[in-house]
Design a protein around this ligand. Structure first.
Ligand code: 2HA
Ligand code: ZN
Length: 246
């Protein structure tokens, strides 16, 4: 047995690879975090290493004190997750003040959690609160059709929600609350983390203008499916507009 035999680790790796196969993760683009269930932490604990030092995140979310997250590594490539999980992903524990993490497994070779960990963490804090603890997955990808739309439409929740709902029939069912929009901001910091988590108070999808998309959900299938549905709808929108039939 190894930690790579534990189901939640296998499911996490599969989702990373599915995103790579979709073409949403050029180079080190995108990141994925999963808030583990207590029983999943116990399944993985026998494989934990001596914990690393506590590292301050610059943000906090007190409802996540003591939680464990599986995360992709900063600068790591989704393409490599399935081949080399130990260096590409890891598990971090959150401290009692919910403002710092430490590595308990993986991220070998001095790797760190994703540069977007502050955004993921704040989104987890907000989505966990508004879903009564159901939300476990935050997924950031660079799906090209959705990004292209951010150069075409006014950057508002109303415009994006209407365009996506109208482009594919199932969209109002898959994301009935619509999608929020965050204007272009420098990625990888606490400012964009705060702006995104404000949007996520209301929506489970947040567009990052000229950059990508954040999706949240209770499990890997639902969250991947949400990303897939939004991107498919954006593709249909772009196909119709570029055929001159908009
Ligand atoms: O991890 O996608 O937003 C690379 C990124 C930053
Ligand atoms: Zn990105």
């Amino acid at each position: 047995m190894s930690i790579l035999d534990v189901k939640v680790i296998q499911d996490y790796i599969r989702m990373c690879n599915d995103g790579w196969l979709q073409g949403w993760h050029e180079r080190n683009g995108g990141n994925l975090t999963y808030r583990m269930k207590p029983e999943e932490v116990e399944e993985c604990r026998p494989y934990f290493q001596k914990p690393g030092p506590w590292i301050d995140m610059g943000v906090s979310g007190i409802n996540l004190a003591g939680e464990y997250f599986i995360t992709t590594g900063s600068g790591k490539f989704f393409r490599n997750v399935i081949l080399d999980p130990e260096h590409s992903i890891g598990i971090v524990e959150i401290n009692d003040r919910a403002d710092s993490w430490r590595i308990v497994w993986g991220l070998e070779g001095n790797a760190k959690p994703t540069s977007e960990f502050p955004s993921h963490f704040m989104n987890h804090s907000v989505r966990s609160k508004v879903t009564n603890g159901k939300c476990r997955v935050i997924y950031h990808a660079h799906p090209p059709n959705l990004i292209a739309m951010t150069y075409i439409l006014p950057l508002s929740a109303r415009e994006f929600t209407r365009a996506l709902w109208k482009s594919a029939t199932e969209c109002p069912v898959v994301f009935p609350d619509g999608v929020g929009v965050v204007p272009w901001m420098v990625p990888g910091g606490t400012e964009i983390a705060r702006a995104t988590s404000q949007v996520m108070e209301k929506y489970d999808v947040a567009v990052w203008a000229h950059h990508g998309l954040f999706c949240s959900g209770p499990d890997f299938d639902t969250t991947f499916g949400l990303m897939h549905t939004v991107e498919k709808s954006a593709q249909i929108y772009n196909l119709v507009m570029s055929s001159g039939q908009g």
